[in-house]
Design a protein around this ligand. Structure first.
Ligand SMILES: Nc1ncnc2c1ncn2[C@@H]1O[C@H](COP(=O)(O)OP(=O)(O)OP(=O)(O)O)[C@@H](O)[C@H]1O
Ligand SMILES: [Mg+2]
Length: 230
C-alpha cells in the first residue's frame, strides 16, 4: 500500500504523515517514508539528518532502467516495464539502497532534498527533485507487511505533475478554513483525472493528538489498506 499525504500548505501533511509512520512502526509494519517536499519536514520529524538526496541526480533512475538521461520519465517507465524491472524494500534492491537511508530495521527514508544548483540556475525545474518517483513508485513491489508513506508538497502540484503515479490512496489533510477546503477541492478534482482514491481528514479541529488519532483510524478503515500488522 502506497499512501500520499496532500493538502494546502501548513494544513498538517507532515505532522499527519509522521504520526502515521510512527503508528505503522508500532504495529510492526515495515515502512518506506518518502519525503517529497524540499522543506524536508518528514525527514527531520523522523529524527534524520539526511545526506543522500534523490534530487541530486534525478536522471539516474532513467539510466538505471535502461533508458537515457535525456529521455522522458514516462518513456523510461515504459522501457522499465518492458524489461520487467522492479524495485523492492526487503531486501532493498541496489537502486533503493543507493537513494535511501535505513533509519532502523523496518524503516527506510527517501528524501527528495533541498533545491540544487541546477534548480537555482534554472537548468531544472524544482519538480525535478522528486521526479524519479514517477518511475520508482509504479515499479516498487511491496510485501504484505510493507507500506509507503509519502509526505508531499503543498497544493495540487504533486497530482498534476504525475509524481503520484503508483500511489494507492491519497489522504487530503484539511484545516477548518475556507482556503484549506478550497485547495482540498482542487486536489480532489485533479485526482478525478487519475484512478487514485482519496479520503479527507480534518486537522486542527480538536487538537493534535485527537486529530491524528482520528486520521489514522480513518486511513486504517480504508479497505485497500490490507497490510499485515504484527
Ligand atoms: N492538530 C494540530 N494542532 C496544532 N498544531 C498543529 C496541528 N497539526 C499541525 N500543527 C502545526 O502546524 C504547522 C504546520 O504543520 P505541518 O508542517 O505538518 O503542515 P504541512 O501541511 O506539512 O506544511 P507544509 O505545506 O509547509 O509542508 C506546524 O507548526 C505543526 O506543528
Ligand atoms: Mg509539510
Amino acid at each position: 500500500m502506497k499512501i500520499a499525504f496532500l493538502g494546502k500548505g501548513g494544513s498538517g501533511k507532515s505532522t499527519m504523515a509522521t504520526a502515521f509512520v510512527q503508528e505503522l512502526r508500532a504495529r510492526g509494519v515495515r515502512v518506506l517514508a518518502i519525503d517529497a517536499d524540499h522543506n524536508m519536514d518528514l525527514s527531520y520529524n523522523l529524527g534524520a539528518e539526511p545526506a543522500i538526496f534523490l534530487g541530486n541526480d534525478p536522471e539516474r533512475i532513467k539510466e538505471h532502467v535502461g533508458s537515457t538521461r535525456t529521455d522522458t520519465y514516462l518513456n523510461a517507465l515504459k522501457i522499465a516495464k518492458d524489461h520487467d524491472i522492479v524495485f523492492a524494500l526487503t531486501p532493498a534492491d541496489q537502486y533503493t539502497a543507493s537513494v535511501s537511508i535505513e533509519l532502523e530495521d523496518g524503516l527506510r527514508l527517501i528524501t527528495a532534498g533541498p533545491h540544487t544548483d541546477r534548480v537555482r540556475s534554472q537548468e531544472a525545474c524544482s519538480h525535478s527533485l522528486a521526479a524519479p518517483l514517477k518511475v520508482y513508485l509504479p515499479l516498487l513491489h511491496l510485501n504484505k507487511n510493507e507500506v509507503v508513506v509519502i509526505d508531499e508538497r503543498a497544493g495540487t502540484d504533486p497530482v498534476a505533475t504525475g509524481i503520484l503515479s503508483g500511489v494507492d490512496l491519497a489522504v487530503i489533510v484539511q484545516e477548518l478554513t475556507v482556503n484549506s477546503a478550497r485547495v482540498a477541492e482542487q486536489i480532489k478534482s485533479e485526482l478525478r483525472l487519475t484512478n487514485i482514491p482519496h479520503i479527507i481528514v480534518n486537522n486542527k479541529h480538536a487538537g493534535i493528538e485527537i486529530d491524528t488519532a482520528r486520521a489514522i483510524e480513518a486511513i486504517f478503515a480504508v479497505r485497500p489498506l490490507n497490510v499485515v500488522t504484527v
